[in-house]
Design a binder for this molecule. Structure first.
Ligand SMILES: Nc1ncnc2c1ncn2[C@@H]1O[C@H](COP(=O)(O)OP(=O)(O)OP(=O)(O)O)[C@@H](O)[C@H]1O
Ligand SMILES: [Mg+2]
Length: 231
């Protein structure tokens, strides 16, 4: 089943947050989701341990494998493909052999981007890597840029400028964005799923859940070929 890598060599671009939020939204819709936590710092593995320590059953559709290394990642991806509806790979924030392997095995690469020129430059490097891998493996590797940590209240000029540059270069960009929400930080702090958050923990958790679902839906539509960009 589809293998989706979350990649951007820019540290702090929002990969881990996007990965976990998407995985929860897809799992909540009843699909079996596996996250391969390929970041040596294991942020998602740590989150999953916190949940397990609480003894919650919220993770029934979602599993996390934190034992992923450069030498086993290809085998892990092969095995995961057989047993899950969706496999999401959280990659580290540097260019590495593991990132290259993961991108090469992916059905889709998601590139989170915050609306700054520095981030956009790094995203261009990831797109270069995807295109190189596509050549090496002689197949198309679909990808999409998604804006993340977007302020829900304003549309900054930087963002509009980057959007325009991406469109001129025919880079596929998600229509949905992941907004800057305290709920997306809280899940890591309190070791909960988005669905478990209550207004006593963070304000308006339901808005974050809705945002995560919309992003997941667009990913699913793109995987199904219902949204086609000329890349
Ligand atoms: N949509 C969001 N809303 C609020 N905070 C966010 C959002 N996305 C990311 N953050 C915050 O931004 C910081 C970096 O995010 P994250 O760890 O997801 O990035 P990353 O690309 O995985 O970083 P690294 O390259 O170090 O792995 C974290 O403090 C995280 O809580
Ligand atoms: Mg990360």
């Amino acid at each position: 089943m589809p293998i989706i890598s979350i990649a951007n060599s820019k540290g702090g671009a929002g990969k881990t947050t996007l990965c976990l939020v998407l995985a929860q939204a897809i799992a909540d819709a009843g699909k079996r989701v596996l996250i391969l936590d390929a970041d040596p710092n294991r942020p998602i593995q740590t989150w999953a341990s916190r949940l397990n320590d609480r003894g919650t059953s919220a993770l029934s559709q979602l599993s996390v494998d934190g034992d992923v290394t450069e030498s086993n990642i290809v085998d892990k991806i092969d095995a995961a493909r057989e047993t899950n509806d969706f496999v999401l790979i959280d990659l580290e924030g540097t260019a590495s052999v593991a990132v290259s392997y993961a991108v090469g095995q992916s059905d889709f690469v998601l590139i989170p981007l915050q609306g700054s020129q520095l981030d956009a430059d790094q995203a261009a490097r990831v797109i270069g890597l995807i295109r190189q891998n596509a050549k090496a493996y002689r197949r198309e590797i679909p990808f999409g840029v998604i804006f993340t940590r977007v302020n829900p209240a304003i549309k900054p000029r930087d963002l509009a400028h980057i959007e325009q540059a991406l469109a001129e270069n025919k880079i596929p960009v998600f229509e949905t964005r992941l907004y800057e929400r305290a709920a997306f930080r809280s899940i890591f702090q309190v070791g909960m799923t988005l669905q478990e958050l209550t207004p006593a923990i963070v304000s308006r958790p339901e808005v974050a859940v809705e945002n995560a679902l919309a992003v997941a839906q667009e990913l699913i539509d793109r995987l199904a070929g219902e949204i086609r960009d000329v890349a």
